[in-house]
Design a protein around this ligand. Structure first.
Ligand SMILES: *[C@@H]1O[C@H](CO)[C@@H](O)[C@H](O)[C@H]1NC(C)=O
Length: 341
């Protein structure tokens, strides 16, 4: 027998949503709007704390950030590996779908969408740029990587010019592919973006963030020339990895067009500057690649030490009720009730 009463109450809750307002847009379109708002000076620099799984994605979204980035270092680290491309294409796509799920569940929860006390605000799943590393093979693999991430709901993809297997941009032993090959790799990513958009409509093709690691191998001028060539190949954003001085950062911003990402890796090779200063230089995005991973590792190590010493861990941890809320138990209970017969 149908439980009319419950269906009725669920319907009433959904009717409270004003369907005349057109909510939402494809993730790449949302990212594109954010970039434009910052580039035009209407919005502050985009703060992009990086995530690597469902919970970190939810935390970034719950904290009110406008965008995030799925870090390969983080995905590797969370799986127990260093960021040296031991994690395969499929594992990265799986991580991206968990991130995407986390972002959409948090977006709906943030505004209590579909609930009786819905705030009336449109739910906004914040856009995520996924780390495409070297593209996991040749130019054709690069294109498949763009499609794989796009299908999970990623707003953009980063592609870089390191030799595979790549490594974190701030560690020793990096090697890059030749200039022309790097440009072709970026071109392949841009073509895949356009092909995806041709298939699925305007605003659906993941934006391409082209990164160069050539500063340390071929020098600053080569890195600048690569960024300029990546722009000519059609990328939407550039990322000159690991500049060592404020002067280099300024010169990069002056000489390369389009949105630019600053990588604020604590204890890395690039000066850590306040967001306002980065924006003044001409940066569009300030990424915080490892803060969440390093912060959680630190607290986990400290907690483990306390357990080892037979001491209480309460100072280190979140109360159980809050942990349950962060991972979605509160929302789950409400939804379960909504569909109960
Ligand atoms: C999100 O974007 C809005 C609108 O531009 C801005 O006012 C706000 O500061 C941004 N939030 C964060 C955390 O950067």
């Amino acid at each position: 027998m149908l439980c009319t009463k419950k269906i009725l109450s669920a319907t009433v809750a959904l009717l409270a949503i004003d369907t005349s307002v057109s909510f939402g847009c494809p993730p790449p379109e949302r990212l594109s709007r954010l970039l434009k708002a910052t580039e035009s000076g209407e919005a502050p620099i985009i703060l992009m704390p990086c995530c690597y799984d469902g919970i970190t994605a939810r935390l970034v979204a719950q904290s009110g950030f406008n965008a995030t980035f799925m870090t390969g270092f983080g995905v590797s680290g969370a799986n127990g590996y260093p960021d040296t491309q031991l994690v395969s294409f499929n594992e990265m796509v799986l991580a991206a779908s968990k991130v995407a799920e986390g972002l959409s569940s948090a977006a709906l929860e943030n505004v209590k969408f579909g609930e009786p006390d819905y705030t009336g605000q449109p739910p906004v799943a914040i856009p995520c740029i996924a780390d495409g590393d070297t593209g996991y093979g040749n130019a054709i693999n690069v294109k498949r990587t763009v499609f794989g991430y796009a299908r999970t709901g990623m707003a953009g993809m980063m592609i870089e010019d390191q030799v595979a297997p790549k490594r974190c941009g701030h560690v020793a032993g990096k090697a890059v592919i030749p200039f022309d090959e790097a440009v072709q790799r970026v071109k392949a990513a841009c073509d895949a973006r356009d092909e995806y958009e041709a298939l699925f409509g305007k605003g659906t093709g993941p934006l391409i963030l082209a990164r160069t690691d050539s500063l340390v191998t071929d020098g600053f001028e080569d890195a600048i020339q690569r960024c300029i060539a990546f722009r000519e190949a059609g990328c939407d954003m550039t990322f000159l990895e690991a500049p060592q001085t404020i002067e280099q950062m300024k010169e990069y911003c002056q000489r390369v067009t389009g949105p630019k990402l600053a990588n604020m890796l604590e204890y890395g090779n690039t000066p850590i500057l306040p967001p306002s200063e980065l924006q003044q230089m001409g940066y569009t995005i300030a990424a915080y690649p490892l803060t969440l991973l390093s912060a959680s590792i630190k607290t986990m190590q400290e907690s483990l030490q306390l357990i080892k010493e037979g001491k209480p861990t309460l100072d280190k941890i979140l109360p159980f009720a809050e942990t349950k809320d962060v991972v979605g138990f509160t929302k789950y209970a409400k939804e379960e009730d909504r569909y109960k017969c």
